[in-house]
Design a protein around this ligand. Structure first.
Ligand code: FE
Length: 195
């Protein structure tokens, strides 16, 4: 695959269809400026402001855009919130569709055939692979991304975070928790990291 992509890229450059410098800017942007820290701010705000949570769940595209996170692969966003009864998980069974403006570029496993097939056939098994335990009574909902619609999971707010600022809350929101293959970190994880 790597060789094929390189061959295609050099051909496009050779024919003048692609400017290598423009490609570098795109990669640089999505590797360093855009990333899961954007989504973490969205989730933290939703946890802290009930009105924003309501807006996010009703019209995620507009609510997220209001924070400045817009652009390709984020034109039609849908946010789904985990509850004690329901756990959401996102996959793209066809390829690798992913909400770039809030999560950056997808991790390698998200694009892999095993994740894409197992996420729909055995979501509980996938969660176990990630070391995530969800009680048997909890309903799992798997959302299949498309070229148009991209999903953001709002994980449950961890207990013991009353009075935290949005900035502090955002440190608990991992990339995987916004894909649904993880949970938000407990407050102790951040305290340990800081120690
Ligand atoms: Fe896709």
């Amino acid at each position: 695959m790597d060789v094929r992509v390189r061959a295609l890229q050099s051909l496009l450059v050779e024919k003048g269809y692609l400017d290598p410098a423009a490609l570098d800017v795109i990669i640089e942007t999505y590797e360093h400026q855009v990333g899961p820290h954007n989504g973490a701010r969205v989730v933290a705000r939703a946890w802290a402001e009930p009105a924003f949570m309501e807006w996010l769940l009703r019209d995620a595209t507009a609510a997220i855009a209001s924070m400045g996170y817009t652009g390709r692969q984020g034109e039609h966003m849908v946010a789904v919130a985990n509850t004690p009864q329901t756990h959401h998980m996102v996959v793209c069974t066809l390829c690798s569709c992913y909400p770039w403006p809030v999560l950056g570029l997808p991790p390698v496993w998200y694009k892999s055939a095993p994740y894409r097939s197992k996420a729909v056939m055995d979501p509980r098994g996938v969660l176990a692979d990630f070391g995530v335990h969800v009680d048997d009574g909890v309903t799992l909902r798997v959302w299949d991304s498309t070229a148009e619609v991209r999903y953001l999971v709002v994980p449950m707010r961890p207990a013991g975070t009353d009075g935290w600022t949005q900035e502090q809350l955002a440190t608990l929101v991992t990339r995987d928790s916004m894909i649904g293959t993880g949970l938000a970190l407990p407050p102790s994880a951040v305290a340990e990291a800081a120690a």
